[in-house]
Ligand binder design. Structure first.
Ligand SMILES: NC(=O)C1=CN([C@@H]2O[C@H](COP(=O)(O)OP(=O)(O)OC[C@H]3O[C@@H](n4cnc5c(N)ncnc54)[C@H](OP(=O)(O)O)[C@@H]3O)[C@@H](O)[C@H]2O)[C@@H](O)CC1
Ligand SMILES: Nc1ncnc2c1ncn2[C@@H]1O[C@H](COP(=O)(O)OP(=O)(O)O)[C@@H](O)[C@H]1O
Ligand SMILES: [K+]
Length: 491
């Protein structure tokens, strides 16, 4: 697997830096490469007019001094403004500040006018507290200018680990980061503050990753492999997925789930539920089969059929004891399971009962797909970044956790995680999550491992939204777009 999609926290990036230096690379060379990359981007994208470079008190500011020197060498008019004391600059930052032979003014809100482009080299990986006072005023003034902003590493004020705004943050047009992206470039609201993210090589060898052993990636098709069709296969080798139907007036959600599972390639898909519900379902489905199930005991009996290898329960399943009993019946069997919506919320008062049923069979895949509300009902308030929260929920529950949103995070109990960033906002429409549950189930039915199926499912779901492309999307449109996405992925 390539390491290109690895995400490094600022702390891990610090280790990458230290390991590179320990291997004999001079640290000032890294800073020089970083600053030059910023200067080159500015020169290329914004070729005219004065450049104002705002430098902060640490190494992010050091990158700014390098960029200033380079841009001046390229013939640009450059102005440098420092937030902090010149005397307190240290190490490589002080070295490059000395090499800057132009004036250094104090960075103040009233000294920003006249530039055609602004470089934000105030704070990067060293941000460790809320921004207040004079620096907050400066950042607010910068955001009020109508000038393009290029951020060095991350927009100042964005926490590179969590993507959170620490008090106030620069709103950049482009962010140039180094070696590998950071989680804060992809997690909200950081992603929106970054603008376009450009990655620059600065001479850190990939081999340092062997020591750091990062376990967070940007979701991407390189990370997983879709099931392959075998020439001698048949519908049962492609898996049989059962989707639990909602009540007679709530059949739509499970039907979209079932359709998505079938479109994703499950060999057979059956909607199971009360006879009264299936009479409604029967008006709408053709290739999808129907199986009356009357309570947990009869569901358990159905699952004795060894060919059924995947179950989805949750979409409009109904809240309460009946759904709880059905979930526990499913988890008592060997099938791969997708737990969504009501299947999660039904356990809000007894989450440990759910988690111990999941953990009782650790070798079988269980994927949970909560949105933030469902997540909080099941896991309570959990501290940390979205990645931290998904990881701790996966560890606590024993399930693969897909914490949905526009920056969906998938995490496994062993700590492996991805952040997904291909999903367009048009996916925020009723029933979209039901389709996601079906896509993941369709992949599980075909034998994909839980974490891979979850990551691939989230990606495919995002791409269906991108294929639709514009306004007017409703969830029913999504399953029909899955074949095109799969075709692109298997090209
Ligand atoms: N690692 C690498 O491989 C490479 C890293 N490189 C670059 O180094 C950058 C990291 O540099 P860094 O560690 O010096 O931190 P940086 O972001 O400059 O901030 C530290 C300063 O900010 C201050 N400060 C913090 N929070 C604050 C707040 N809320 N409000 C006010 N002040 C606050 C803090 O002050 P103090 O706590 O001392 O009062 C300290 O002085 C990284 O982003 C990249 O651009 C490149 O050169 C290429 C190689
Ligand atoms: N702004 C957004 N950008 C990208 N994806 C989104 C956005 N809002 C929602 N989604 C995605 O749409 C789906 C919505 O699921 P969910 O909230 O469970 O809705 P429903 O229960 O109606 O199906 C999730 O996969 C989520 O990640
Ligand atoms: K910055």
């Amino acid at each position: 697997m390539t390491s290109e999609h690895v995400l490094l926290t600022p702390a891990e990036m610090g280790r990458a830096d230290a390991l590179a230096v320990a291997s004999g690379i001079q640290s000032f060379k890294l800073m020089e490469a970083a600053g030059n990359a910023v200067a080159e981007l500015v020169a290329e994208r914004y070729p005219d007019g004065q450049v104002l470079i705002l430098c902060g008190p640490g190494n992010n500011g050091g990158d700014g001094f390098v960029a200033a020197k380079k841009l001046k060498e390229l013939g640009r008019e450059v102005r440098v403004a420092l937030f902090g004391d010149r005397e307190r600059l240290a190490g490589d930052a002080a070295f490059f500040a000395d090499l800057w032979n132009g004036p250094i003014q104090a960075a103040r809100p009233d000294g920003l006018r006249g530039a055609k482009v602004l470089v934000d080299a105030l704070l990067g990986a060293g941000l460790d507290r809320e921004i207040e006072g004079g620096l907050a005023e400066l950042i607010e003034a910068v955001n009020g200018l109508r000038v393009p902003i290029v951020a060095v590493d991350v927009p100042s004020g964005i926490d590179g680990t969590s993507g959170q705004v620490r008090g106030v943050a620069i709103k950049a047009d482009v962010s140039v980061t180094f070696f590998r992206l950071k989680p804060g470039h992809l997690l909200l609201p950081g992603r929106q503050q970054c603008g376009e993210v450009v990655l620059a090589e600065i001479g850190i060898p990939d081999s340092v990753l062997g020591d750091i052993r990062p376990n967070l990636n940007r979701n991407n098709p390189d990370l997983w492999q879709l099931p392959r069709l075998e020439a001698d296969g048949h519908k049962f080798t492609r898996g049989h997925c059962v989707v639990m139907s909602g009540g007679p007036l709530q059949t739509g959600a499970s039907r979209m789930t079932a359709t998505a599972a079938l479109r994703t390639g499950a060999g057979l898909v059956t909607l199971a539920g009360a006879h009264s519900s299936l009479l409604i379902q029967a008006n709408h489905v053709t290739a999808i089969m129907l199986k009356p199930v009357d309570g947990a005991a009869s569901l358990q009996l159905l699952l004795h059929d060894q060919r059924i290898n995947t179950v989805v329960i949750g979409p409009a399943a109904g809240l309460g004891e009946a759904t709880k009993a059905n979930v526990l019946a499913v988890l008592a069997s060997q099938v791969a399971t997708v737990l969504d919506a009501d299947a999660l919320t039904s356990f809000k008062d007894s989450p440990e009962a759910l988690f111990s049923a999941i953990k009782a069979r650790p070798q079988r895949a269980v994927v949970m797909t909560p949105h933030e509300g469902e997540f909080e009902r099941l896991f309570g308030k959990v501290d940390g970044s979205k990645v931290d929260r998904a990881r701790s929920a996966a560890l606590r529950s024993g399930a693969i956790v897909v914490l949905k949103g526009s920056d969906t995070v998938v995490a496994a109990p062993d700590g492996h995680a991805v952040i997904n960033d291909n999903a367009p906002a048009i996916l925020g429409t009723a029933g979209s999550g039901d389709v996601l549950a079906g896509i993941i189930a369709g992949l599980l039915a075909q034998g994909m491992k839980g974490f891979d199926a979850a990551c691939a499912g989230v990606w495919i779901h995002g791409e269906t939204g991108n294929l639709w492309g514009g306004p007017g999307l409703i969830a029913e449109d999504l399953p029909g777009l899955i074949p095109d996405v799969l075709a692109e992925l298997t090209e």
